[in-house]
Design a protein around this ligand. Structure first.
Ligand SMILES: *[C@@H]1O[C@H](CO)[C@@H](O)[C@H](O)[C@H]1NC(C)=O
Ligand SMILES: *[C@@H]1O[C@H](CO)[C@@H](O)[C@H](O)[C@H]1NC(C)=O
Ligand SMILES: *[C@@H]1O[C@H](CO)[C@@H](O)[C@H](O)[C@H]1NC(C)=O
Ligand SMILES: *[C@@H]1O[C@H](CO)[C@@H](O)[C@H](O)[C@H]1NC(C)=O
Ligand SMILES: *[C@@H]1O[C@H](CO)[C@@H](O)[C@H](O)[C@H]1NC(C)=O
Ligand SMILES: *[C@@H]1O[C@H](CO)[C@@H](O)[C@H](O)[C@H]1NC(C)=O
Ligand SMILES: *[C@@H]1O[C@H](CO)[C@@H](O)[C@H](O)[C@H]1NC(C)=O
Length: 810
């Protein structure tokens, strides 16, 4: 056998002197066989070929798979990032089944194995999948390795792209750097799952370039497929992963390729098998570019210019708008009323990006409308569901981003934009004058009529809605009480695996109720009664509070010795885990950070002014800001919070407790606390978010040993922007960053009376560029003495004797 193969190879070698290339006349490679540069494997059906190639004008050699009829179309590359500089590369399959690409003694690339094979064989399948199977294990589908698990820039039928909701690795396409260089380019094509919505997104590095819109059950809403096209996407959703693929059909040769400039193309091979036909491309036109018209702008490809503000909105900067710089987008011309008297205007448009949204499939459209009209931050709603008679409710909060009118007249997807009645009337008048059919929908408009839009229902996993919407209720709520057995069952009997935190109060456990709701349980330790007062305080206080930027207490459990607080679980833990983490910081790009700052400010404003009680948090810090699954911020840990009476503005305490680096000087030294001491902490948090650096422990070579001091010096030298976290350099909005730093410095001023109250903070943060803000005065400091663990280090001072305690508990 070996001998005959040797003869074949010898014959082929002689042949190759003439043709320079030859195949092993097979789709299979067994252990101890090799593929050298010049040799290839060919799949059954003569479609795919595996071997060494040089891309474009490059002389580098890569191991890859291409179409045998059109060798310039490469679909997979093994050593994308490790070119071989000459033709000495060799591919072998080792005895355990590992594919090894080497040159001389050096291993260039090798495959990973999930299991070891006793008699491994490598095969190039007719799908284009290169697989390793164990010959002794009869089942041929049992791959110990397959190239389809490692997509390059091309998705072939049968290949999946995957969003792994668990710990596994996502699978996505990543473009070549150039036609001559298959190494990793900037663009990726991914499937994503968030809050019940599945979407495909093309990214340019970490910035969205184009999105498909939510999956409707049949197609992606922004990119409708006509049913005649045979490659219908096949979406599979289960508990811990979402995958997308097309079924393989040997009579249609097709591929989906993400090109080097970030466009996705679907091709089919023509019948003569000599070339390719382009079926469609994404983006289709400039309106498909992500956020082409900025926030609250709508893109209409048939109009000149293509961008317009949504009804009720006007350009943020008319000058930029006139110059066709739409990136600043649009802002409301009149504020919402929010109580009642608001209405909605219907706009034929694709669904805006799912930045901040809420999905409830059991709500009727009427309920959806009334819910949205009650909330000042709800900007639009739509019905996500269609055919099976269920409506459902999709609501957007904050700016509406990436809206376009669908190309072609056949779409009947609408969104309903939240507007004050005064605005609706003017539109109404205009419409009447123009004798256009009215496009208005007021509150209580009948459900009917709507949408052949979207089915999300079939694809919904557990939909856990975060509480959005401004809740203004503060009436006394009975705090639900859970029995110990329920809490024990939810936390797997307080198993150590479920423990997620530890502090002076006791331990914090993750758990989940039988309906799937995630919870965090703060369990006061039985041995140490320390913190019991804080515990009771927290129950008293937070039970009365409801705001989407405050963490929600679901109930408590006091049985026998046990005292526990049960909170909604915040999937993304605390803000400090992101902004101070080398890798995770890049997830929070500037727009999200700005959202988070605004969210914290709103939460604090609510505590100070909007709830019926006036509450001072006293321990606001980055690690007390928790993030939900959409990275919305929620203030937590009310153990130290105090209610102060209506007219009482400053209170004093003998027992000063707080955290170094966040405490206002008058509080640290004199025990005076007021809303202004919280404002100080807010200022520190704000500057930490902008800079990605901790106030405490901050070191700068020439400058100062606190972040506040550093920020102050940069400010005075008119170099405030240098404070910004490096990883924001592509995403930041200059005027917003400057304003944040400015407001941050106003908040940390030394004298409490100089600091703004939260309503002004919020107003200033949201104000126009160039608005006149007062100049900040020098910040006040209190950094405290030595303390080793900065995260959990708190200071407690009783009658001017400072003691340091660790009261951290979440
Ligand atoms: C591969 O080579 C090793 C040692 O060179 C030998 O022991 C083994 O039997 C060979 N395997 C096959 C399948 O030929
Ligand atoms: C398989 O063999 C290769 C080379 O012989 C070795 O580097 C690799 O660690 C082995 N893998 C496993 C899973 O045993
Ligand atoms: C596979 O190997 C590569 C290095 O060759 C490594 O980076 C990657 O994490 C491995 N993947 C798995 C699933 O083991
Ligand atoms: C063959 O593969 C199956 C599926 O992975 C596995 O359960 C079985 O143990 C394997 N048999 C042998 C002989 O390796
Ligand atoms: C990708 O991002 C870079 C850097 O932000 C930008 O210069 C480039 O124009 C973007 N390319 C596309 C196609 O959007
Ligand atoms: C494969 O594609 C051909 C041509 O479009 C079609 O007629 C046939 O029904 C398809 N087969 C399957 C199994 O989908
Ligand atoms: C969805 O809406 C219905 C009807 O208003 C409500 O009863 C239900 O609690 C909501 N579901 C969630 C998960 O919020």
């Amino acid at each position: 056998m070996l001998q005959s193969q040797f003869t074949t190879i010898l014959a082929a070698l002689i042949y190759s002197l003439i043709f320079l290339k030859f195949t092993l006349a097979s789709d299979t490679l067994s252990a101890n066989q090799t593929i050298r540069d010049g040799q290839t494997l060919v799949s059954e059906g003569q479609i795919f070929e595996l071997g060494f190639f040089s891309p474009g004008r490059s002389k580098d050699r890569f191991l890859g798979i291409w179409y045998k009829p059109t060798p310039e179309i490469v679909v997979w590359v093994a050593n994308r990032n490790q070119p071989i500089k000459d033709s000495q590369g060799i591919l072998t399959i080792s005895r355990n089944g590992t594919l090894v690409l080497s040159r001389g003694q050096r291993i260039i690339w090798s495959s990973n194995l999930s299991s070891v094979a006793s008699s491994p064989v490598m095969r190039l399948l007719q799908t284009g999948n290169l697989v390793c199977v164990d010959k002794t294990n009869g089942t041929s589908d049992n791959y110990i390795w397959q190239s389809f698990d490692y997509p390059c820039d091309t998705r072939l039928p049968g290949m999946q792209i995957v969003d792994n909701l668990g710990d596994g690795q996502d699978k996505y396409l990543q473009s070549w750097r150039s036609s001559d260089d298959p190494s990793l380019g900037d663009f990726t094509y991914r499937i994503e799952y968030r809050g019940g919505v599945v979407e495909i997104v093309i990214y340019n590095a970490s910035i969205k370039r184009c999105r498909s819109g939510p999956w409707t059950g049949h197609y992606f809403s922004n990119l409708p497929f006509t049913p005649t096209i045979p490659f219908k996407p096949n979406l599979v959703i289960n508990k811990d992963m979402i995958s997308l693929s097309d079924a393989f059909n040997s009579s249609v040769i097709t591929r989906l390729t993400l090109d080097k400039s970030g466009s996705l193309h679907r091709y089919t091979m023509d019948e003569s098998k000599n070339g390719w036909n382009l079926v469609h491309s994404v983006p289709r036109d400039s309106c498909d570019n992500y956020a082409q018209c900025g926030p609250n702008g709508i893109c209409r490809i048939s109009k000149v210019p293509i961008c317009e503000c949504l009804k009720g909105f006007a350009p943020r900067s008319q000058q930029d708008w006139d110059l066709q710089d739409w990136s600043g987008g649009c802002i409301r011309t009149r504020p919402l009323n929010c109580q009642n008297g608001d209405g909605f205007v219907k706009v034929g448009a694709n669904f805006p990006d799912m930045v901040q949204f809420q999905l409830n499939t059991s709500m009727s459209l009427n309920e959806c409308q009334s819910q949205c009209s009650k909330s000042c931050s709800c900007t639009a709603y739509a019905t996500p569901l269609v055919s099976d008679g269920v409506s459902g409710c999709l609501m957007w909060f904050g700016d509406l981003i990436d809206i376009r009118e669908p190309p072609g007249a056949d779409s009947n997807i609408n969104i309903y934009i939240h507007l004050p009645v005064s605005e609706l009337e003017s539109i109404n008048d205009l419409d009447k004058k123009k004798k256009r059919p009215t496009k208005l929908i007021f509150i209580l408009t009948a459900v009917g009529v709507l949408i052949s839009g979207l089915i999300l229902g079939g694809i919904l996993l557990k939909i856990r809605l975060t509480r959005q919407g401004e809740e203004r209720k503060t009436e006394d709520l009975e705090l639900p009480s859970f029995d110990l057995a329920t809490v024990a069952a939810a936390t797997d009997n307080f198993s150590s695996e479920n423990m997620i935190g530890e502090g002076g109060f006791g331990l914090v456990y993750w758990g989940s109720f039988s309906d799937g709701q995630g919870i965090a349980v703060k369990r006061l330790s039985k041995t140490s009664r320390q913190g019991i007062e804080e515990f009771k305080n927290e129950v008293r206080l937070i039970a009365k509070l409801q705001h989407r930027n405050l963490v929600r207490l679901l109930g408590c459990c006091t049985e026998g010795e046990e005292m526990m607080l049960i909170y909604e679980y915040m999937q993304n833990k605390s803000l400090d885990n992101f902004i101070f983490d080398k890798y995770k910081r890049t997830i929070l790009l500037w727009p999200k950070r700005f959202d988070i700052i605004m969210g914290i400010a709103r939460g604090l404003l609510y505590l100070h002014h909007d709830s019926r009680l006036k509450i001072i948090h006293r321990d606001l810090k980055t690690s007390n800001i928790l993030l939900d699954e959409y990275l919305n911020p929620k203030i937590s840990d009310f153990g130290l919070a105090r209610i102060v009476g209506g007219c009482q503005n400053i209170s004093r305490t003998e027992r000063v407790i707080g955290t170094y680096g966040y405490m206002a000087p008058e509080y640290a030294f004199d025990g005076k606390f007021s809303v202004k001491s919280d404002v100080y902490s807010m200022g520190v948090v704000l500057l930490e978010i902008v800079s990605g650096k901790k106030n405490r422990g901050f070191r700068h070579t020439y400058n100062s040993d606190s972040l506040l001091g550093h920020a102050w010096l940069l400010w005075k030298e008119d170099k405030a922007l240098e404070l910004i976290d490096e990883c924001l350099k592509y995403s930041f909005v200059e005027c917003q960053v400057k304003r944040c730093i400015h407001v941050g410095l106003l908040c940390v001023q030394k004298y409490a009376e100089d600091r703004p109250v939260m309503s002004s903070v919020l107003f200033m943060l949201g104000s126009e560029e160039g608005a006149n803000l007062p100049d900040p005065k020098q910040p006040g400091f209190f950094m405290g003495g030595s303390c080793n663990n900065e995260e959990t280090c708190k200071v407690e001072s009783i009658a001017n004797t400072m003691t340091i305690t660790d009261l951290e508990a979440r």
